[in-house]
Design a protein around this ligand. Structure first.
Ligand SMILES: C[S@@+](CC[C@H](N)C(=O)[O-])C[C@H]1O[C@@H](n2cnc3c(N)ncnc32)[C@H](O)[C@@H]1O
Length: 202
């Protein structure tokens, strides 16, 4: 009974959790995914490509998983950088709850969840990973990136995964044209039809 999108604020569908053992960049962990969130039941192929190709994060700093869903990127960052603070951001309350539960089960108290508008924007972001919400539409996606990319620290980086067929190349061109600030965006890999984009300040 549902017209839910994965980016609904409050999914109406009944909650079904699926718990699986996943290998996140060498860390074997049990994570739950939730119905009414993005890619329930399994790790998305695009997310898997970002996990495969993004370089090792710094040991410490403030990291953001923009559009965290049930949290695989945020959890991977927390496991790999034991001193970093991770902010997992989403508009979908169920996604935020599931990420928080996944982090709590792994005693990763450095993972904080927040809606975009309640995020404490009081320090620059050292690393942002995102499988961004393409399905919200180009204009909304652009607005999201215009808010978050300028929050990068001078030496900060963002790593994005975008399907080529869903506009990975045009997004890269749009960013390189300076529409979200002065950034250089490089395509570091193409894997299973997904572009891996590295965003750095010029
Ligand atoms: C493609 S999914 C990726 C989810 C998760 N990171 C993963 O890899 O499985 C994009 C996520 O962005 C969220 N989203 C939509 N609009 C957003 C916004 N304005 N700010 C932050 N996240 C948003 C969606 O709810 C969704 O969970």
């Amino acid at each position: 009974m549902t017209g839910d999108h994965y980016f609904s604020d409050a999914p109406e569908s009944a909650l079904r959790l699926t718990t699986k053992t996943l290998n996140l960049r060498g860390h074997e962990v049990e994570l739950s995914s939730a119905s009414g969130t993005f890619s329930p039941g399994s790790l998305d192929t695009g997310t898997a490509q970002l996990l495969k190709w993004a370089p090792a994060p710094p040991a410490t700093g403030r990291f953001v998983d923009l559009g965290c869903g049930w949290g695989p990127l945020a959890i991977a960052l927390a496991l790999e950088s034991p001193e970093a603070t991770i902010w997992a951001i989403d508009v979908n309350e169920r996604a935020l709850e599931t990420t928080a539960q996944n982090a709590a089960r792994l005693t990763l108290s450095r993972v904080h969840t927040s809606r975009p508008e309640t995020y404490p924007d009081d320090a620059p972001i050292d690393l942002l990973w995102s499988n961004p919400p393409i399905r919200v539409g180009k204009e909304a996606l652009h607005q999201i990136l215009q808010v978050w990319l300028p929050r990068l620290a001078p030496e900060g980086e963002a790593w994005l995964v975008v399907a080529k067929k869903l506009g990975g190349d045009s997004l890269q061109a749009w960013l390189n044209a300076g529409n979200a600030g002065e950034f250089i965006v490089e395509r570091t890999e193409t894997s299973k039809g997904y572009r891996i984009l590295r965003v750095q300040r010029t």
